[in-house]
Design a protein around this ligand. Sequence first.
Ligand SMILES: Cc1cc2nc3c(=O)[nH]c(=O)nc-3n(C[C@H](O)[C@H](O)[C@H](O)COP(=O)(O)O)c2cc1C
Length: 282
Amino acid sequence: MQAPAEIGSFEVVMKTVIYYFTGTGNSLAAAKKVAGSLGDTELVPIAAFRNATGEIRPDAERIGIVCPVYFSGLPAMVESFAERLDLALADYVFSVVTHGGGGGSAALRQLDGVLGERGGRGLDAGFAVRMPGNYILMYGSPAGEKRDRLLAAAGAELEAIAGRIRQGERVKLPNSPVARLVKAIMYPRFRSRVHGDDRKFTVSEACTSCGTCASICPAGNIEIIDGRPVWNHRCELCCGCIHLCPAEAIQAGKRTEGRQRYRHPDLTIVDWRRSGEDELRE
Ligand SMILES: Cc1cc2nc3c(=O)[nH]c(=O)nc-3n(C[C@H](O)[C@H](O)[C@H](O)COP(=O)(O)O)c2cc1C
């Protein structure tokens, strides 16, 4: 069923495409929530474009990009994707970034800049939503009541955001000098080494050779060789393999041992497999 967008007293039916990138499911769950409220929405994994080159021209009037915040900026794959996105035919472009506590404004501004540079058309609206943090190389993810509280608050916020998108509201991007400063310091270092950061990853004897890590990796970076994962240095550092391993057999050195794992509780592994090889696009 198509959901109407209200513009003044008119109701306009709009087709929407939401492109998403996710490691542990927050951004996919957020994209699904918004899609459910907009109606007539196609959800497309950004990972499906990872091997392709050339322009991406969506066939929809309303375009969304939903992804996590990494070091107050965008995941590398999302930036490359945005550089190829031709939005000439779009009436309304929005983004929702999910984060564990800060940096959303700088990531949204990065996306706005990339889109603007390409086609002179940036974001009409941008939103940053706090969800459970998943950067397990630095901390364990929240669990129990704390996790549930964060998710409940995010759910309510996303509901309100979806309403604003439905109305076609133009939303000025948030601005935070602190986030800009943090990004200026942290992001270039992250980007210069991200693909090789998988050299820190190891697998223990607890590995059952189930292949979950390879099947959920948005970068297609993991091969199972002799029953064990091997990382091929195209890592996005989404930490999905560490968090989603059912045996907790994947570590990034000693520091991740015993740290709380996380995956969005509304999703199952099947949701990740949609971003797998069979979905790759030209
Ligand atoms: C490499 C990396 C860097 C991150 N950097 C930030 C950050 O700068 N600020 C923040 O609030 N959260 C940060 N996070 C947490 C994620 O943005 C947050 O948990 C997000 O909701 C995860 O989305 P996902 O489940 O769709 O992968 C980072 C996570 C990773 C893996």
